[in-house]
Design a protein around this ligand. Structure first.
Ligand code: ZN
Length: 314
């Protein structure tokens, strides 16, 4: 099914049903401020698309009982999070409950063709597990700036081979459903707004410190992307002229000095220099260190690990 809501009233009704589940027509009428007859027209059109189904009678509010409607319980959405070092794929219903989830380690630098082969294989596995027959829509987050209207990554600093790759078009064809593509931190901000700590605010910044650093900017309840889609791409702002080499090819980027990758590099240096027994032991066992090791060492009271985290935070 590829039916799309035709207008903003319908989009609004769908959002309400997504966020609050089954609702009576009377209640929806109150919420969207539509006359009874206009609401009836919009709801009937939504019922025709199959996106919405009848869901019994609502409790009486006095007078005639109103009919409940809800999003079709058969709707399935695919969420894909492409990280720098791993892929997450999940299936949700229309009310965004996660029904199945798979994770796979993968280097984003392997390029879009290899990464999407893996994404499609994970999606097929989820289908085979019985949580979805098909997908009605998919949302994809990538760790770099995206030209949102076209769903195309733009000069992503840590993603060689991805510049201009038609992610939305290619995946829409493969999956047979509409696809939206955005920067991963923008999507994280949308998630915090929908079900996280930002539910009650309209303006906020969401900063993600992972392998890299990104920032989602939400203004008046909407993600602000800037003209080129890179408004929140703070990871490659110059913080130290002539500083450390960055994965993007420049020097002195914020990300080169403070990010999961930078933290891991600092920790390895400290371990090799014999400054921390704890980190040295971890390096000895694993052969390399990650930001998670630094965090674990800090939790275990390691002074050097604590110092690395504190210094970076400044
Ligand atoms: Zn950089």
């Amino acid at each position: 099914m590829t039916a799309r809501p035709e207008n903003t009233h319908q989009a609004r009704l769908l959002r309400l049903l997504r966020d609050s589940g089954s609702n009576s027509r009377a209640q929806l009428g109150d919420l969207v401020d539509l006359s009874r007859s206009k609401l009836a027209v919009e709801v009937d059109r939504l019922l025709e698309t199959g996106l919405v189904v009848a869901d019994g009678l609502a409790p009486s509010r006095g007078g005639r009982r109103s009919h409940n409607i809800r999003l079709a319980p058969t709707l399935r959405f695919l969420g894909v999070d492409i990280g720098a070092t791993s892929i997450d794929v999940a299936v949700t219903n229309a009310e965004l409950e996660v029904l199945g989830h798979l994770n796979h380690p993968m280097d984003v630098r392997d390029g879009p063709v290899a990464v999407f082969e893996q994404v499609l294989s994970l999606a097929a596995k989820l289908k085979a597990s019985g949580v979805a027959e098909d997908f009605d829509g998919a949302g994809i987050g990538v760790p770099g700036p995206v030209r949102f209207p076209e769903g195309v990554p733009v000069a992503p600093p840590i993603m060689p081979g991805w510049d201009g790759f038609p992610v939305r078009e290619a995946l829409s064809q493969e999956l047979g459903c509409p696809v939206m593509v955005d920067n991963d931190v923008n999507l994280m901000a949308v998630g915090e707004q929908h079900a996280g700590v930002a539910r009650s605010v309209r303006d906020f910044l969401c900063i993600k410190i992972g392998t890299g650093i990104g920032c989602g900017i939400v203004v008046g309840g909407e993600v602000y992307r800037g003209t080129t889609g890179s408004a929140g791409d703070i990871g490659h702002i110059l913080v130290e002229p002539g500083g450390r080499a960055c994965a993007c090819g420049n020097r002195g980027c914020l990300e080169a000095h403070f990010s999961g990758a930078a933290l891991a590099a600092d920790a390895e240096e400290a371990a090799r220099a014999g400054r921390s027994v704890e980190l040295a032991a971890r390096l000895e066992t694993a052969g390399r260190l990650t930001a998670a090791d630094v965090s674990a060492a800090a939790a275990a009271g390691d002074a050097v690990a604590l110092e690395l985290i504190r210094e970076g935070g400044e």
